[in-house]
Design a protein around this ligand. Structure first.
Ligand code: AMP
Ligand code: ZN
Length: 114
């Protein structure tokens, strides 16, 4: 899908509403519309990258994780704990093909991850 129609690109451009949690030069974070825990925030690169399989850029991927940590701090779950998740492809159930990191926490999470 081209970035023109991508819903997460639309969120970055402000064409689709979102609840912003964090933003820097390269990343944007906003609340998941269908939260799976008390805290469920998505962190995305502003650049349109379809998923983790599309990039081998260590700086981008490293900074994505650091932005996830920052969001965990902003949401107040850095001390209680949280989970960072990236779904990739069909078996993982990826539904939006713009790379995103889920920051999930605010409650005791299911120890079973799959
Ligand atoms: P994934 O299954 O990893 O592709 O996750 C996609 C996530 O995007 C899901 O948790 C959705 O609830 C979330 N989502 C889809 N559309 C929106 C939207 N417009 N605003 C916020 N979150 C969204
Ligand atoms: Zn996009």
């Amino acid at each position: 899908m081209a970035s023109a129609e991508c819903i997460f690109c639309k969120i970055v451009r402000g064409e689709l509403e979102s609840t912003k949690v964090y933003e820097d030069e390269d990343f944007f974070a906003f609340e998941d519309i269908n939260p799976q825990a008390r805290v469920h925030t998505l962190v995305i690169p502003k650049a349109h990258i379809t998923g983790i399989e599309e990039t081998d850029d260590p700086a981008l991927l490293g900074k994505l994780l650091l932005a996830g940590k920052k969001v965990a701090q902003l949401k107040g779950v850095d001390r209680s704990g949280y989970r960072l998740v990236i779904n990739s492809g069909k078996d993982a159930g990826q539904t939006v093909f713009h790379l995103h990191l889920h920051v999930i926490g605010g409650e005791l999470l299911n120890p079973r991850m799959a």
